[in-house]
Structures are given as structure tokens and as C-alpha cells.
Design a protein around this ligand. Structure first.
Ligand code: 1GP
Length: 257
């Protein structure tokens, strides 16, 4: 069997091999005012952001496909679906994080949504990135935790996180997403990122609670291959600071060399 990685996944694996950290911005169409989409797309492209994620734990609006198409057109960057459920599989994207919520024990998010979503992924011809989605406790109940009815991993139990990462590896997943939850008061602990980066040869995507260059630099230095920022884009804290955040990622890489 030959596994050929598509362009989005190849870029992520290349970043891991080079000790580089990519920056993705998360757009939740319910939370970003429509008029903000084009300015954000252009700001991201100008700053050198590597792509967009699009999705939500709970989507109320009905313009998801249009949002994805516009983001792609206005930024020229890859748009990667980050679906809360199978209704968020739309053909306008470049790729999909085909998530299994391995930190939980709810069969709906381990395999149920995937069985419903896979035919749509195939028909849409989306690049598919098999990804273990791991929720990490951050002091509040996150939307992902509530909507998936699953427990996050304890934040200081690195052995538990590592065992989940190893299980993902043995199951053939090709990247891990460590998630503190959207708007989390604290990020995934850098020590957890460091332990997983050291012991697993898989790219780590890390998100939740990242709002500026300090946290971004720390997580990059710990070994994250990609960071995801959503809330700090919506509330404006990271707007106008994308170049600064990207510089922190480059600096962390240089220090690690
Ligand atoms: C949430 O990891 C993402 O699924 C991004 O989190 O909104 O806190 O940036 P924030």
C-alpha cells in the first residue's frame, strides 16, 4: 500500500520535519461578522498565515459553504474543514481534518459521525487528513466537551496524553490535534506538547486559548507543528498582530536549532 499525502498534509509533515510551526486561523461563521471575512482573509494572506480552518462545535447559520468559498477566494490560502459533525462536510474546501475524538468515549464522535461524513468527503474529493482529536482540560467546560458529551484529558497527566497519542499512532492516525477548547483561559500545557512531540513522530496541531506571540512562541518551542487561533481573531486581540505572532514562531524555531 502506498500512502500519498496531499498538499495540505504534506505541508504539515514538512513543517514537523523542519522544526517549523505553521499558523492556521479558525473561522466559525456564526461568530465572525460577514463584513469581517474579506478584511481578515487579506490580512492573513498579507501576514503570511498558512491557512484557515473552518468549523464549529455547533453551527446555527446556514451559510457555511459560502463562507468557506469566500475565504478561499479572498485569501488564496488553503481552507481546511474542522467539522463539529457531518453536516459541516462541504465541497468548497481544500481539505478536511477527519477527526476522531479519541480522548472521549462517546461512539458518536469516535466513529458515528465519521461513517456519515466519509461518503461526503469522497464525493467532494476533499483531501482527507486522519486526525486524532484530543481534548485537554483547561478549567472551564468547552463547547467541544459539552457538545460531544465527552471528558477532556486531565491537563497534568502527561502519561495519559502520551498513551492516547500512542494509541492514535497505532491506529494509523497521521496527526494529533491537542485542544484546550475555544476561548479557553489557558492553553494546552507546553510540557504536554513537549512530551508528545518528543515521543511521537506525528505532527501536533495545538489550539485553544492562544491569543498572542508569547503563548504561540512557547507552544512552538515545545514542538507544535501548527497552532490554531480562533477567539483572539473574533475578539480582535490577535488582529493586527499576525506578523508578530509569525515572527515569534520563527524565533522559537531558530532557538531550537
Ligand atoms: C478551538 O482550537 C480552536 O477549537 C481555537 O481555540 O478559539 O481559543 O483560539 P480559540
Amino acid at each position: 500500500m502506498t500512502i500519498e499525502l496531499g498538499p495540505v498534509e504534506s505541508r504539515l509533515h514538512q513543517a514537523r520535519a523542519a522544526g517549523e510551526t505553521l499558523l492556521y486561523l479558525l473561522v466559525d461563521p456564526d461568530r465572525l461578522p460577514a463584513g469581517e471575512l474579506t478584511p481578515l482573509a487579506r490580512e492573513a494572506a498579507d501576514a503570511g498565515v498558512h491557512g484557515f480552518l473552518a468549523g464549529s462545535s455547533l453551527l446555527l447559520g446556514n451559510n457555511f459553504g459560502d463562507t468557506v468559498a469566500r475565504l478561499r477566494k479572498e485569501s488564496g490560502l488553503p481552507v481546511i474543514l474542522f467539522p463539529g459533525d457531518n453536516s459541516q462536510v462541504v465541497p468548497q474546501a481544500d481539505a478536511i481534518l477527519f477527526l476522531s475524538l479519541l480522548s472521549g468515549r462517546n461512539p458518536q464522535f469516535l466513529i458515528g459521525e465519521q461513517v456519515r461524513g466519509a461518503p461526503q468527503v469522497m464525493h467532494a474529493g476533499l483531501e482527507c487528513l486522519p486526525t486524532a482529536y484530543l481534548l485537554v482540560e483547561a478549567g472551564v467546560t468547552s463547547s467541544a466537551q459539552f457538545m460531544s458529551a465527552s471528558q477532556p484529558m486531565p491537563r497534568h497527566k502527561i502519561d495519559i496524553a502520551l498513551a492516547h497519542g500512542l494509541a492514535a499512532r497505532c491506529m494509523g492516525m497521521r496527526q494529533l490535534y491537542l485542544e484546550a477548547g475555544s476561548g479557553a483561559p489557558q492553553t494546552v500545557p507546553p510540557a504536554m506538547v513537549r512530551a508528545l512531540a518528543k515521543n511521537l513522530d506525528l505532527p501536533l496541531i495545538v489550539g485553544g486559548g492562544i491569543s498572542g506571540p508569547e503563548e504561540a512562541g512557547e507552544l512552538a518551542a515545545a514542538g507544535a507543528s501548527a497552532l490554531v487561533i480562533g477567539s483572539a481573531i473574533e475578539n480582535g486581540r490577535a488582529r493586527g498582530r499576525l506578523a508578530e505572532i509569525l515572527a515569534a514562531l520563527r524565533e522559537a524555531r531558530q532557538k531550537g536549532e
